[in-house]
Design a protein around this ligand. Structure first.
Ligand code: GRF
Length: 220
């Protein structure tokens, strides 16, 4: 497999604190990492993620829904901005909106999302809380390709973490988040290296030796 000579431009959509964005920015800072964050878009002006982007010298834009008549027009503005920055892959990183079908058509099978649960368990909001309340023994996180459903797209990589008997919800949330920060750079690396191929419900990964699409914490 030939690796790209230049870094693949990526757009990241955020709404909140941006710790996953930070993990991506940190990975991209490595000269050998095959992607770079070309632009960060937020629907919330006060998102801490925007400060993280600025600190890394990455252009940012805030797009407010109230400045657009509907979701389709809003997403068209996002697509225009991403295209203006030459973006080839999009990462949703704590982006608290659903993207429209037209958005997905602009980046077919090239939109990644990270979800703080072992999908298909606990899709939607408050996944860690759902897992904690349910009493599962193993929790985790998933990076998947985005389709028109909520957290339903083909799975790229998953990481499992234990749920310990005395875990509070913040304990579990923090353990899952640490796993998220391992998973997202890995998935983006594979995406940028052209290793991610979709076959129906499945992502076929052409991985280098020693890489696994199933991570465990703690490592055995
Ligand atoms: C993460 O738990 C992510 O999985 C979920 O939203 C949270 C965002 O956190 N989609 P951050 O903004 O990356 O810190």
């Amino acid at each position: 497999m030939s690796l790209p000579a230049t870094k693949v431009p990526v757009g990241v959509l955020v709404s909140g604190s941006g710790t996953n964005l930070q993990a991506l920015l940190d990975a991209c800072a490595d000269p050998d990492f095959p992607a770079r964050v070309a632009v960060v878009l937020s629907n919330r002006p006060g998102a801490l993620a925007l400060e993280r982007a600025r600190a890394a010298g990455v252009p940012t834009e805030v797009h407010l829904q109230r400045e657009h008549p509907d979701r389709a027009t809003y997403d068209r503005a996002l697509v225009a901005s991403l295209e203006a920055h030459g973006v080839e892959w999009v990462c949703l990183a704590g982006y608290m909106r659903l993207v429209t079908p037209a958005f997905l058509r602009a980046f077919p099978n090239r939109v990644l999302n990270i979800h703080p649960a072992l999908l298909p368990a606990f899709p939607g909001l408050h996944a860690q809380e759902q897992a904690h309340a349910h009493g599962v023994r193993i929790a985790g996180a998933t990076v998947h390709l985005v389709d028109e459903g909520t957290d339903t797209g083909p799975i790229v990589v998953q990481g499992a973490v234990p749920v310990l008997p005395d875990d509070t919800l913040p304990d579990l949330t923090a353990r899952i988040l640490r796993m998220e920060h391992r998973l997202y750079p890995l998935a983006l690396r594979w995406a940028a290296e052209g290793r991610v191929r979709v076959e129906g419900r499945h992502v076929r990964l052409d991985l280098p030796p020693g890489s696994s699409p199933a991570l465990l914490d703690p490592e055995p």
